[in-house]
Design a protein around this ligand. Structure first.
Ligand SMILES: Cc1cc2nc3c(=O)[nH]c(=O)nc-3n(C[C@H](O)[C@H](O)[C@H](O)COP(=O)(O)O)c2cc1C
Length: 202
């Protein structure tokens, strides 16, 4: 059977989601998947980005990461979305990308794939679950199979978010436990998707 194709599609201004996305890519690759790590194209104007040196630096540092395109969704058997929490919701550019997938949705090409999501917010109660659940609303519309991490690995009892890997950016960069949670989440997505593929092929 062909390996599982996993697209990891994220937006990051200051690097936290990028770090989680890279860890998810490691976890998916370790589980045997073909991985496309893709960033959502930046929509903020340079003069706004330059008001925050860490944002400008991150844009420079990730210039080589390909931007997400609709073919990444069509190609994937499973998609992990990574979004910062923005006023309790997903980032607007990531939302715009999802909304641009209307034609794929209409043709049924987003259905039956596995979806999962991860996030970061500045504070622990700043809206991580609401962001993840808002992303899941779209997965329902797409006819997706949502695979959350739950408490399926000891690391989940340390990091504690069954809805999806979550990082409190106000504490600094993601620590090893949080990166491991992202690896675990992506590995579980690959294993579940592989089982679905095998079942459908049988
Ligand atoms: C416009 C805006 C809205 C935000 N809203 C929230 C929020 O509702 N709750 C919260 O805890 N953090 C909020 N933040 C902080 C971001 O979630 C945080 O900077 C982000 O998760 C860091 O991820 P990144 O380094 O990948 O960009 C907001 C930031 C911006 C710029």
């Amino acid at each position: 059977m062909d390996a599982v194709n996993v697209a990891i599609i994220y937006y990051s201004a200051t690097g936290n989601l990028h770090a989680l996305a890279e860890a998810a890519a490691e976890g998916a690759e370790k589980a045997g998947a073909n991985v496309r790590l893709r960033k959502i194209a930046e929509t903020a104007p340079p003069e706004v980005i330059d008001t925050r040196p860490e944002w400008a630096e991150h844009v420079r540092n990730t210039a080589d990461v390909p931007e997400a395109v609709l073919d990444d969704l069509a190609w994937a058997d499973a998609v992990l979305f990574g979004s910062p929490t923005r006023f309790g919701n997903p980032h607007s550019a990531l939302r715009a990308f999802m909304e641009s997938a209307g034609p794929l949705w209409f043709q049924g090409k987003l259905a039956d794939k596995v979806y999962s999501a991860f996030t970061a917010s500045n504070t622990a109660h700043g809206g991580q679950e609401s962001t993840l659940l808002a992303l899941a609303n779209t997965f329902y519309h797409w006819g997706g199979i949502i695979v959350p991490p739950g408490y399926t690995d000891p690391v989940q009892f340390k990091t504690g978010n069954p809805y999806g890997t979550s990082h409190v950016a106000g504490t600094g960069a993601p620590n090893e436990d949080t990166l491991q949670a992202a690896r675990h989440q992506a590995g579980r997505v690959v294993q579940t998707t592989a089982a679905l593929k095998a079942g459908r092929a049988a």
